[in-house]
Every structure is written in structure tokens, then in C-alpha cells.
Design a protein around this ligand. Sequence first.
Ligand code: ADP
Length: 405
Amino acid sequence: MSDIVLVLNAGSSSVKFALIDLASNTQPLSGLAECLGTAEASISWKVLDALGKEEKQTEALPENGLHNDAIEKLVAIINENNLSDTIKVVGHRVVHGGEQFIESVLIDENVINAIQDNNKLAPLHNPANLQGIVAAYHYFPTLKQVAVFDTAFHQSLPPKAYLYALPYSLYENEGIRRYGFHGTSHSYVATQAKQWLEENKQSSSHLITAHLGNGCSICAIKDGKSVDTSMGFTPLAGICMGTRSGDIDPGLFNFLINELAYTPKSIETLLNKESGLLGISQLSNDCRALEKAKSEGNQQAQLALDIFCYHIAKTIASFTVPLGKLDALIFTGGIGENSAYIRSQVVKLLAIFSLELSEEENLNKRFGEQGCISVSDGAKVLVIPTNEELVIAQDSYRLLCGEQI
Ligand code: ADP
């Protein structure tokens, strides 16, 4: 077995983990600890055996167990499977790098302090990411650790794209601006798309990537750099998502507070957890469930999916403004990679760009298959499965070896 990177993605109540063998592009161990901080805290994992088979196991964690308990158990699993000596570096997903981080970095005390300074910008995510880093230091004291930021890729946005039309002092003094998220995913699929387009003798400098999962964002990419993106100061902005509203009229806040007795906390819950596909359909946040309900004649499910596709297409169309031209549209994320229905509806709404899908290829390119699904001469439509863990592993290994990112 060759050099392996431990990738940790510590969320507010979960820790996703994977050991990634970069030479063979396999995951000897992967899993998820979830429901942390509750009585149901548990950890599930899969170990790849010599025959390439994986068996899933699940165990309860101590009641109300937190990130440290999850990582303690993870270390025990790593040791039981004799994988400890193979790990060379630990890579962490960190949600918010503010304006300080434009690329992945080796973690030292200054980096930890800077991530902590950004806690107020991502109160649900950065403290959890830090807990993952602290626990990893505790259990792997000799290993170098790397932070890979969701925001870093979007630090190339020009001021006209990242500034809100608010008093400039709010940006200068408080850092209130568009940061954008899902940067690791957008950058990965754009790099993969460029490779495909070049191999097929197509232009590749003007791309739009649509990351459609539970969280959704769109990104305009010119010459490999993010020039605009739909998420903003927080990951709540932009298009409608599973349970998040996306953009709404900011005037609504006063109405909710004054007329409907909402509080800041209940507004946060409303917009983050009760809106989006779930809010409109009153059925589910899950695209698969909504497609099924729609096919059985459920009108609310149809409406939710219509709104979702409309938001996506409208944002894609608007991102041709910073790009000036479109070479390819790339779908990724659980919905983008698997839903032929959403892709075809979005492309229909983009008729002005003369895009046309091959019905057959649209159905073929699902469940991990990647490639082109369009038949038109102009811009290509590609499906590319994202792989954020791989980017974290690659960046971590490069930094360990002293290479530039
Ligand atoms: P996360 O943002 O949590 O990583 P994912 O990228 O896994 O989420 O995406 C989850 C979404 O992908 C869910 O809405 C799910 O319904 C959708 N999805 C997964 N498979 C399919 C499919 N075959 N058809 C339609 N939607 C799918």
C-alpha cells in the first residue's frame, strides 16, 4: 500500500472521513460519524479488503458523543486495520477562509487563529472544522495537517461581483461581501471539463459549473478562475436548494418580524431548514422523491421542481454576462450527476443558447458516468461527478511534499 491521506470533513453534527490512496485512487477506509451531540450519535465505516470488497459496519458512539469521540473511534478503526503507518498527512475541509486564504495551506498556529477569526462568518461550520483539526492533532501529533477552504477558489472574484450595494464601510470594517462556497467542487469539475474539452478539440476557457446537491451553487469560470458565483456572504444565497430558500427580498425580514412575530432565530430556521424544495413541495427536500411524486401527479412537487429549474437556468443565463461567451455548461452534485429530468428541464429553459441534449446520452450519463450529453454545435453540456475528497487529498499531499498548489 502506498502513501495515504486521511481526509476529514467535520460538520456541525457529523464527521465524514476517508483514507485516500492517491497512487491507486482507492479508499482503503471511508465513513461517517453522525448525530453527534445527541443520544443517537453513531459511526459507520467501510474497509476495502484485499479482494476489493467493502463491508459496511455501524457502531453507536458514547451518548452525546462529539467530534473528539468520533475521531477517537476512527483512530481505533485505523489501528485495527493496520492502516496507521500508511497515513502521511491529514487534510481538512474548512468552510470559511475569509479573505486570508486564496489556496490550501499547511496548518500552523497562525492558520488556526485565522480560521478561528472567521468563526463569526461561518458559525455553524468553522468551529466544527476546528474541532476536527484539534482532535486530529491530538491523535496524530507527528503528522502534518492541511486546510482546504470552500471559499478559496472564489477569491478571484472582481470587486463588482463580490461587493454588495451596501455602505462600503461594512465591507472594509466587517468583511461583509460575497465569499461563495463549494469552491473545491467547482474547481475540480472545471479542471476535469477543461481536460475533456481539450481532448475533444473544443474551447475550454469560458465555463459555467452547476453544483446541485442538497446545497446548490452556480459558478462562472474564465481561464480557470472563478469570476462570479451564486452563493454569497453565507451558503444560503443564490438558487433554491433542498431546504434553503436561496435569494429572497431582504425587505421580507421586517415583515416577518413586525407582522408575523418571527425572531432572528426563527427566520434563520425558516430560510435554512424549512424552505427550498421542501418548503414549496410540502413533501420532501429530496429531488428523487419529488420526481417520483411529480410522475404520480403531485402538483406541489411539480411546482417545486419547476421553480428549482427556473432558478438554475436564470442564474446560468446571467453568468454569461461576466463570461461574454459560453464554451461548456457542467452539471455536478447528487442532482446534477444523476437527474436526467432536471438537466433536460434546465437546458430547455436555456433555449436562447441553442443547447440541445441527446436524450440517450442524458440517460446514460448518470450514477458515476461522465461525459458530454449535448448534440448541439455550440456550447457543450457535460456531466462530471465531483470529488472534493480527492482534491483535499491531492492538495494535502502536494503541500506535504513542498510543492506549490
Ligand atoms: P450533499 O450536498 O449533501 O453532498 P448530494 O450531492 O449527495 O448532497 O445530493 C443530494 C441530492 O441528490 C438529493 O436531492 C437527492 O435526491 C439527489 N439525487 C441523488 N440521486 C438522484 C437521482 N437518481 N435522481 C434525482 N436526484 C438524485
